[in-house]
Ligand binder design. Structure first.
Ligand SMILES: C[S@@+](CC[C@H](N)C(=O)[O-])C[C@H]1O[C@@H](n2cnc3c(N)ncnc32)[C@H](O)[C@@H]1O
Length: 351
């Protein structure tokens, strides 16, 4: 170790033309450099370890595998990334509510460790499962993922996507993505087979308010397109939702029922989550009936009211690549929704 200390001191001789310390050169010589300074590894505490190119990792970290430097970035409350179409996007797009697998991988990296188990009880075409597989090659290591999906087509499509993606990866010489455990059926029934305290991260994207009707019309393209306006963010300002208005407050009941259903389901899901685990939920707010529906806040409060979970953060996923449309101009301010919310819950102490 004395040698190490000497090497670090000598590294200060790496200077650029102006006599300033040349961190790039020091790094090229494989010396631990962080924030432009060579780290003297002798100064690290027993629980600290320098990870080449990534910074200092604290062995006490029970949340993720990130170093301090990576953690600083990962706790930013806004994720401002577009995640361009990838991973068989055109195939997955048949679903319509799919999430970018690499965004899922980023979230999985923030809230789990290599080898952990991730559950998505509303798995769709497998954004979470594909993200967990990406962690093997583009993160700190594979996570095992279990997905529940009640629509058989989406279960099949996940497998088709994985096969097509892996064909392309093999042709490029990249290692294949691991197949995850996608199960067909209702999430509450399938949950019975998942032992208590066995899931480190529950990452999901909830079926939206009114999603059921939309799913039934999925293959009737015309109907589908007209109805998408009822939950698709700013498009929701159109008149496709007046079935609720006709019955005088029906939308409130429908929303209340949806919230109660989600609250009940998340209460059940939480039994499967380890005490140190997290529950992370995608939810988009909406604009409908000329008012902003703060669904993220409503859902967070509903879940907290039943499940032993505490809201730790509301991350905003801002997608700078989203197309803008002109809504309301020139009479009324209608937001163009270019963000979604990512609710982060942790288990209440003692659960
Ligand atoms: C918003 S989508 C999830 C999309 C997913 N994140 C992806 O990347 O494909 C919600 C999914 O939950 C499924 N779903 C709704 N209720 C369910 C239930 N009770 N059990 C299992 N799946 C359900 C729907 O079929 C839908 O595919």
């Amino acid at each position: 170790m004395a040698d190490d200390g000497d090497r670090h001191r000598q590294s200060r001789l790496f200077t650029d033309d102006d006599g300033a310390f040349d961190a790039d050169r020091a790094r090229e010589e494989s010396l631990p450099v962080e924030d432009g300074e060579v780290i003297d590894t002798d100064d690290l505490a027993d629980h600290q370890r320098y990870v080449e190119g990534r910074g200092i990792y604290d062995e006490r970290n029970r949340v993720n595998d990130l170093t301090g430097k990576e953690w600083k970035y990962a706790t930013k409350s806004v994720i401002a990334e577009g995640y361009p179409p990838a991973v068989q996007h055109d195939r997955r797009n048949e679903h319509g509510g799919q999430k970018p697998p690499r965004l899922c991988a980023d979230l999985i990296g923030r809230f789990s460790k290599a080898g952990d188990t991730v559950l998505d009880p509303f798995a769709g075409v497998g954004g979470t499962l594909l993200g967990a597989s990406f962690c093997e090659h583009e993160g700190t290591g594979l996570r095992h993922a279990i997905g529940f999906e009640r629509t058989e087509r989406w279960v099949d499509l996940y497998r088709e996507v994985l096969e097509a993606e892996n064909d392309e990866r093999r042709a490029r010489g990249d290692p294949p993505l691991a197949e995850q455990d996608m199960r067909h059926g209702d999430c509450v029934e399938l949950l019975a087979d998942v032992p208590d305290d066995s899931v480190d991260l529950l990452l999901t994207d909830v079926p939206y308010w009114h999603m059921d009707e939309l799913e039934q019309t999925r293959n009737e393209r015309e109907t589908r397109e007209s109805k998408l306006g009822s939950f698709g963010g700013a498009e929701a300002s159109d008149a496709t939702v007046d079935t609720d208005a006709d019955d005088g407050g029906g939308s409130e009941r429908t929303k209340a029922e949806w919230l109660a259903d989600m609250a009940d389901k998340f209460d059940r899901f939480t039994d499967a989550v380890t005490p140190d685990g997290h529950v992370v939920v995608f939810i988009g707010d909406m604009y409908r009936e000329q008012s902003y529906e703060f669904l993220s806040a409503d859902l967070a409060r509903a879940i907290e009211s039943t499940a032993p979970l505490t809201l730790a953060a509301n991350l905003i996923w801002y997608d700078p690549t989203k197309d803008l449309h002109v809504y309301g101009y020139p009479f009324s301010f209608v937001p163009s929704m270019v963000h979604q919310n990512v609710l982060v819950f942790r288990l209440e102490a003692g659960n």
